[in-house]
Design a protein around this ligand. Structure first.
Ligand SMILES: [Zn+2]
Ligand SMILES: [Zn+2]
Length: 421
């Protein structure tokens, strides 16, 4: 079936797939400009060199999509939204790399596919790649593979546009994982889970026995709670302004909870009192749950705050709270992305005196090709309940409702599950 120039099939490596048409029909959430979106049909061209066509299995609805839709972030339109997805490789571009994805692989899509050549990549900091595939929300700049039914070009958010049923993506952005992974969990590995887990295990490098606070309990924050368990944190304080979100954090392994009020200093004082007083929740997460909370006397050095705080809410008050809950010399890691014009004040005198550290975590300071399969292995082994990050499995028609829920801060992740073809 490999017609001239259509790029389908996999010359010499296995048998070329059959029955896959050159151009396929798809449907997705199309961003039309600030405040405007539609669910619309589009057409997908065959993959070019270094590309693969992916039939999407599932896509999360992430707060970053909402920032785009609400005009907090400036992004080009029209484009198929979504940057947190997983799917099945349907076809390959010409002369595929034998080490790349194969037809039939379950792949998690990366919103930054490191180029491997730029200054950041040469430092092994691929998450800071200066020239990732998909920049400008096109595959290669100005080079698109998806079109409106009338032929007009469509962009794909971060080059992967996961809220569409089919996409052509850079082969480097399609990371194979164990096909037994729940596709909805695999989708979340593409953004929320990697961002939350990586912030703990890679950006901050939390060590066993340390104490952690997580500000904001959406998909990323809850993933950070799981990351803290993975790292062996002894105390995990979960903080959110909505009391309803604290229970799930406890189920996922948080040892203590605090409802964030309007005043960051008051919230921080509550966290410090909790750490000093031995806690309010399920106790030592490493002891399997309901053990007695430890007294301050058993935890020297934690009475004046936590070792690490992770800010995932993307709010100014969240940043202020996270910076206020760490002990002297502790580390605050900023993970959540606010609106582009957000600014925070900093008490420079007190900050310098505290000897604290302030870090930023982009994509969990992780290389997708390394961390995606690693997290998938944890998910399959059942060692961490990643499926509990999923609030609800929805269809494309439910995306508007999911955005409304995100605006309210309601619940964990909503995941679009695409129908099987
Ligand atoms: Zn995201
Ligand atoms: Zn690079």
């Amino acid at each position: 079936m490999s017609g001239p120039g259509d790029g389908e099939g996999r010359g010499g490596v296995g048998s070329p797939e059959t029955g896959v048409p050159r151009i396929v029909d798809a449907e997705g959430v199309v961003f039309l400009g600030p405040g405007a979106m539609e669910i619309a049909p589009y057409r997908v061209d065959p993959p070019g060199p270094g590309e693969v066509r992916v039939r999407m299995a599932a896509s999360g609805v992430c707060h970053s999509d909402l920032h785009v839709l609400d005009g907090d972030w400036t992004r080009p339109a029209p484009a198929v939204m979504g940057h947190e997805g997983a799917g099945w490789v349907e076809s390959l571009g010409p002369n595929p790399d034998a080490n790349g994805p194969h037809v039939g692989d379950l792949v998690v899509l990366a919103w930054t596919a490191p180029c491997g050549r730029c200054a950041s990549c040469r430092r092994d900091e691929g998450w800071l790649c200066l020239d990732p595939a998909g920049s400008g929300h096109r595959l290669q700049r100005g080079d698109v593979r998806i079109r409106r039914p009338d032929g007009a070009a469509l962009g794909a958010y971060s080059g992967i546009g996961t809220l569409g049923s089919v996409q052509v993506v850079a082969a480097d952005a399609a990371i194979p994982v164990d096909p037994r992974t729940d596709p909805a969990v695999a989708a979340l590995i593409g953004c929320a889970i990697t961002t939350g887990v990586g912030a703990v295990t890679r950006t901050a490098r939390v060590r066993a026995g340390e104490s952690v606070a997580v500000m904001g309990l959406g998909g990323v924050g809850l993933a950070a709670v799981l990351g803290a368990r993975l790292a062996g944190a002894r105390r995990i304080v979960a903080i959110d302004r909505l009391a309803a979100k604290l229970d799930r954090a406890i189920e996922l392994g948080a040892s203590d909870t605090v409802v964030a009020g309007a005043n960051p200093a008051a919230t921080a004082a509550a966290v410090r009192a909790l750490i000093a007083g031995g806690g309010n929740g399920a106790g030592d997460p490493q002891a399997g749950g309901a053990s007695a909370a430890r007294s301050a006397a058993e935890a020297p050095g934690t009475a004046d705050g936590v070792d690490h705080a992770f800010e995932t809410s993307g709010t100014v008050s969240g940043v202020e709270t996270a910076m206020a809950v760490v002990r002297p010399g502790g580390t605050t890691v900023l993970v959540g992305m606010p609106a582009q014009d957000a600014r925070v004040g900093l008490d420079v005198y007190a900050f310098v005196e505290s000897g604290a550290r302030l870090l930023a975590s982009n994509y969990g300071s992780a290389i997708p090709a390394e961390i995606f399969p690693e997290i998938a292995r944890h998910a399959i082994a059942g060692s961490l309940p990643f499926e509990r990050l999923i609030e609800e499995r929805i269809g494309l028609a439910g995306v508007r409702t999911a955005f409304d829920a995100l605006r309210r801060g309601d619940g964990a992740r909503r995941v679009v599950v695409f129908p099987s073809p």
